[in-house]
Design a binder for this molecule. Sequence first.
Ligand code: GCW
Length: 739
Amino acid sequence: MVGFFRRIRLTASFCPISGLLVLIFTLIPFTSVTAQAGPGDGYDLWLDYQPVSDTALLLDYQQQLLRIQAPEGDGTPRVIREELQQGLSTMLGREPVFETRDASRAGLVVMPYEALPESLRKNIPAPEAGIETYRIHRVQKGKHRPLVVTAHGDSGLLYGTFHLLRLLQMHQPLARLDLSEAPRTDIRMLNHWDNLDRTIERGYSGFSIWNWQTLPDYIDPRYMDYARANASVGINGTALTSVNANALILTPHYLEKVKALADLFRPYGLKVYLTARFSAPMEIGGLSTADPLDPGVIAWWRQKADEIYAMVPDFGGFLVKANSEGQPGPQNYGRTHLDGANMLADAVAPHGGVIMWRAFVYSEHDPTDRAKQAYSEFVPYDGKFRDNVLLQVKNGPIDFQPREPFHPMFGAMEHTPLMMEFQITKEYLGFATHLVYLPKLFEETLQSDTYRKGKGSTVSKVVDGSLFGNRLTGMAGVSNIGTDYNWTGHLFGQADWYGFGRLAWDPDLSSETIAGEWLRCTFSNDPGVIAPLKAMMLESREAVVNYMNPLGLHHIFDTGHHYGPGPWVDNLSRPEWNPVYYHQADAEGIGFDRTATGSDALSQYAPEVARYFGNLETCPEEYLLWFHHLPWDYPLKNGRTLWDNLGMKYQQGVDQVREMILTWESLESQIPPERYRQVHMLLGIQLKEAQWWRDACMLYFQTFSGREFPPEMEPPQHTLEYYKSLKFPYAPGIRPRWN
Ligand code: GCW
């Protein structure tokens, strides 16, 4: 709300009389709607623009930045001016003045490159081509030496403005600034798994922020703050609805609401996308088939696309989950994924739209290793998709586990743009209750080497299109946002949203850099706060791997809700839904053999990668049980048995959470009390759940290994029967019904 309310408060300072009235109005929402609002509540995300405390720096900023020349007019120019006013007045303690007449007095110039006066332009290198690129340059020559933010398009100016504000939040000097930025991917988007009844599949921070009931007439201020937050990290797309799609979103009644959101988001450079239910022509169109080769179906989708584009001219396109986990798709009619994707692509092509076709498919009728199925299904179609189709591929071959090797499709489809899909919401990482800094996980995937064009063929280069010269590129993140006051439930979950955006912009950014930025913008510039918190965040990902799925274990979660351990579950209808399918524990040992003696999933990687993971000498221990089935007494690098190491890893995860708690407690005096208490309580839950994971998994695996726990491990707190008896029918995030 701050974006909205702060703007109102700022207006007050210009006119004392209206100021009084405004004050009355602002008090109402603060006391009624937002009863818990206050310092440290987290609503402002990384945009809370703390006053600059360093006096010398403050003076410098005030001298340079309080007279501004900025574009006039509505839309993005208005957003830019508002953001500058909000950010600068709060950080610098004084209202900036927008120069409309004498631009030569402006210390800060935010203008399109083409509109800069010649005297400035000759001293500033042009930004790279593109409407989203920008340059921030402090002019060094001539009488007038402003700081200039310039771009070829509105979006670039907006992104440059946010970048400048971030630099100020991070207390960076301005004197010699010269930086040039261009996004490395075209589509940088959030995927909301939000249902029309406002529940969120795998959502752990409240309900959907889209209030479909009151749209299009009631505009929640959150919508704008959502768009601002996304724009501030360069996110330029949002798929509003779940991939387990409901066809109703494509009816006129809902499209009016979609249009309202699209109109609001446009000035922030944020495009709207929708999920397309493949059977929509039957469910809302009255057709008797949804066969993608049927002329009536083809015409229906074309007409539907025309209808949407008439309302939302910059509509992004459709995101599709087809023939996956019970969703309808072209295979229901004996057609292929290729037929389905291309048919939809033709419908949106005349309007410049794209189709993001998800590669998350595995079949209950296919007895081969689930990890192999998407590759087998899609790779043969390489080069056959229309130009406006992207395949959206999850980071790993199973499903958003705490650790997976990169998906073998990355690098295997030279002629098809592959879009990365990360999960920002923590379905398999402790929900919104656990502090797990995800950019560390994202970075691990992006920096993995596919070896498809020799050493250095990283996944990041597949995603940004540079490895094969793909024209269209993108990255999607499954959103962790809901109606919780601080958006993400856990304050540190905001770092995952932030970090996703930053990595979509530049897939080679380091997770450490991102953590530093987020901490400075969210907490403080005090190195005594940043250093310990950054270390804690960077360590947190390995901690969750250790206490949930160490040494390459995966998918041993309790079923359905995926809350807590369930390695014993073996009674689900589909074999690959059962955790026992993934760990394969028996009296001899544990692990999934994906080498040539097993499922041979390794053969889907480049030979160098296959050899690396396949050879026990070189396979990193983090991936051991992902690729190999090994005896309990197999010696690991430290000379101890696999069994002992398993217990030691689980214990290490628990100890790491204890360390995180100590770190947090050591900073109590430097963190706003509300924020301190909230994170502290959540860390307490994380510790309990880490112990639960350790005890439940080790007791269960002991029934196979028959060995004593290693001395390093604390004894379990309960029996295996106790852990097995735990049931959580109301754990959050499960879809109300499968469509
Ligand atoms: O991770 C699994 C989830 C499903 C999800 C599916 C998918 C939207 O358990 O809830 O459905 O993946 O990605 O399609």
